[in-house]
Design a protein around this ligand. Structure first.
Ligand code: G6P
Length: 608
């Protein structure tokens, strides 16, 4: 997945494109490029390996200015990170293209175009589109028609921005399977992979549907559907503020987002829980009938969102709701048996993860009672394509390692568990207790954040380590998985999570003084069992780092521990996640890694 941005205006668009790229950098950052139609009608392109800052340095030495242009920040799929593979891709001087997605029939198209005399200079699938467009432009003599015909030949996913020096008054865009928004300005129009990229220049957007092609001019935007018929897509004014995507006084977005958790958890509860009752109407009027028909759930997600699903399984089954959880990339390709009355649930921060979206589309034909998504981005594809959306209200999450999106997903999933639990006999008194526990969460997370400085101290023991083990039992096993994922994502320390009871079946062989072992010790029915598992670690000289209920007595000879004094049984997994986020953050800072943009990763994976 990559980030694309494009603009047509009366002034110079280069600053808009460069600012947009910086805002989209979370989507990929191994190379970047820009092409602008300059005075004299020439397409001037500059590309660079590395981050957008490196492209900006190139531009400072070789400035570009013009009223029409496109730009791209890349996360390599076809072809290694190299300048020749960076976008925009051009076919001679005829046409320039930026692309986010994957073209599956690129080999066949490449062979055909090479036979027709086109010379390829990169290993990308995107260059195929550039030459295909040049080829069709020769036949059609019209950029819009050429794009409409070209997308008809593409198999796979794409969001495209196209400019042609012979047609200096328009920018053509298209999307299917990859996100693309169109921004409307005064005498200007824009495209980008998300709304944040364009917030400095507009708040008015229209969202292209699958297969749409759009023509942007200074006078406005025309949209055509997959059949080529002109269509109207509604213009929406976004409520997201540009400031929400700024770093503020924090050193990293990740740290800012960790500290936002008390506020965004409160937001996610707002209007949904009141005086000890879940206000189910807040899920929307479609939800009630769907939940009434639901006997069990299948949850599908990727990465951190998958871990949220694993936590939810414990919660749902505790309330009598059968639940299965699976990563989307596996689900989408296997035979699935769907018991009667099963609800299909996706969880996603971005709402654009290609595997999760493909799983939802596949699920449609399998006999589910309907689909529900727990998602953070209101206009995303998952929200648009699901029957019901329960929004997490985390606000923009920029750090690639997910933090506040995860904890707000857990809050939304607790609400869903209560709603389904009601239909399985959850009584009013128990519901009140569970809702009270939810309402106490912002304060409890606030208290956990006060351990920040102490956790920084613990993190010092990790900075020179190559491996770490995270243990948990019951619902705290997926919490341990999330803790391990955070550490490996941003500090590059190999970290593995294990259910503590499974330790003796293998991982104990790895334990020695060089293998820090992290464990959560909440006061719960499995506490004694976990403590005896930890004895096994100590007996092998393993160094223990514990986050425990302040009142728990720890009968171990040596360990380092920090207390979480104020948690409730049903929501403790949310609170215990916070110190694990901080531990990973501080270990990464001490190691000097790129915390917000860890190597090889991207925030939103819109390719398979
Ligand atoms: C990427 C991100 C993760 C995220 C996962 C799923 O791998 O780096 O942080 O958990 O995608 O993304 P989603 O937007 O569907 O939650």
């Amino acid at each position: 997945m990559c980030g694309i941005v494009g603009a047509i205006a009366s002034g110079n668009v280069t600053p808009i494109l460069m600012d947009g790229l910086r805002r989209l950098e979370y989507r990929g950052y191994d190379s970047a490029g820009i092409a602008v139609l300059t005075e004299g009608g020439r397409l001037h392109r500059i590309r660079s390996v590395g981050k957008v800052a490196q492209l900006a340095e190139r531009l400072a030495a070789d400035p570009l200015a013009g009223p029409l242009g496109i730009a791209h920040t890349r996360w390599a799929t076809h072809g290694m990170p190299a300048e020749r593979n960076a976008h925009p891709h051009m076919s001679g001087e005829r046409v320039a293209v930026v692309h986010n997605g994957i073209i599956e029939n690129h080999a066949e198209l490449r062979a055909r175009l090479a036979a027709a005399g086109f010379r390829f200079t990169s290993e990308t699938d995107t260059e195929v589109i550039a030459h295909l467009l040049a080829h069709l432009l020769d036949q059609e003599g019209d950029l819009l028609r050429a794009v409409q015909r070209a997308v008809g030949e593409l198999v796979g996913a794409y969001a495209l921005g196209v400019v042609c020096p012979d047609e200096p008054h328009r920018l053509v865009a298209a999307r299917a399977g990859s996100p693309l928004v169109v921004g409307l300005g005064e005498g200007a129009a824009y495209i980008a992979s998300d709304v944040f990229a364009l917030l400095p220049v507009t708040r008015r957007f229209l969202f292209l549907e699958e297969g749409d092609v759009a023509e942007l001019t200074r006078g406005g935007v025309r949209v055509f559907d997959a059949t080529g018929a002109p269509v109207e897509r509604p213009v929406r004014v976004t409520a997201v503020s540009a400031a929400a995507a700024e770093k503020g006084p924090y050193r990293h977005y990740m740290l800012k987002e960790i500290h936002e958790q008390p506020a965004v958890i409160a937001e996610t509860l707002e209007g949904r829980v009141h005086r000890g009752r879940l206000l189910e109407e807040a899920f929307g009027h479609e939800a009630r009938a769907l939940l009434d028909r639901t006997r069990g759930v299948h949850i599908v997600a990727c990465g951190t969102s998958y871990h949220a699903g694993l936590v939810a399984r414990y919660w749902l089954e505790e309330l009598g709701v059968p639940a299965q959880v699976e990563v989307a990339s596996e689900y989408r390709y296997r035979a699935v048996v769907v018991p009667e009355g099963t609800l299909f649930v996706t969880i996603s921060q971005s709402g654009e993860t290609a595997d999760t979206l493909a799983a939802l589309r596949r699920a449609r034909g399998l006999g589910y009672v309907g689909s529900l998504t727990v998602c953070n981005v209101p206009e995303s594809s998952l929200v648009r394509e699901s029957d019901v959306a329960v929004m997490t209200r985390a606000g923009p999450e920029i750090g690639v390692a997910s933090t506040k999106a995860f904890t707000t997903q857990l809050v939304a999933l607790r609400l869903l568990a209560i709603a389904l639990g009601r239909r399985r006999g959850l009584d009013a008194a128990r519901e009140r207790a569970l809702c009270d526990e939810l309402e106490a969460l912002p304060r409890q997370v606030e208290a956990a954040l006060r351990l920040d400085e102490a956790i920084r101290g613990l993190a010092e023991a990790f900075a020179d380590k190559s491996h770490a083990l995270f243990l948990g039992r019951g619902v705290f096993y997926p919490v341990a998985m999330e803790g391990a994922l955070k550490l490996k994502e941003i500090s590059y320390i190999h970290a593995e999570a294990y259910p503590a009871g499974e330790l003796k079946h293998g991982p104990l062989a790895l334990v020695d003084a060089e293998m820090p072992v992290v464990c959560t010790l909440p006061r719960d029915p499995l506490l004694e069992k976990v403590l005896s598992n930890l004895q096994e670690v100590r007996a092998r000289g393993g160094e223990l780092f514990l986050f425990s209920d302040g009142e728990v007595e720890i009968p171990l000879d040596r360990y380092r521990s920090l207390p979480l004094t104020d948690t409730c049984p049903s929501t403790a997994p949310i609170v215990y996640t916070v110190p694990l986020q901080l531990l990973a953050y501080h270990a990464a800072v001490l190691k000097g890694t790129d915390v917000d943009q860890p190597r090889n990763l991207a925030k939103s994976v819109t390719v398979e």
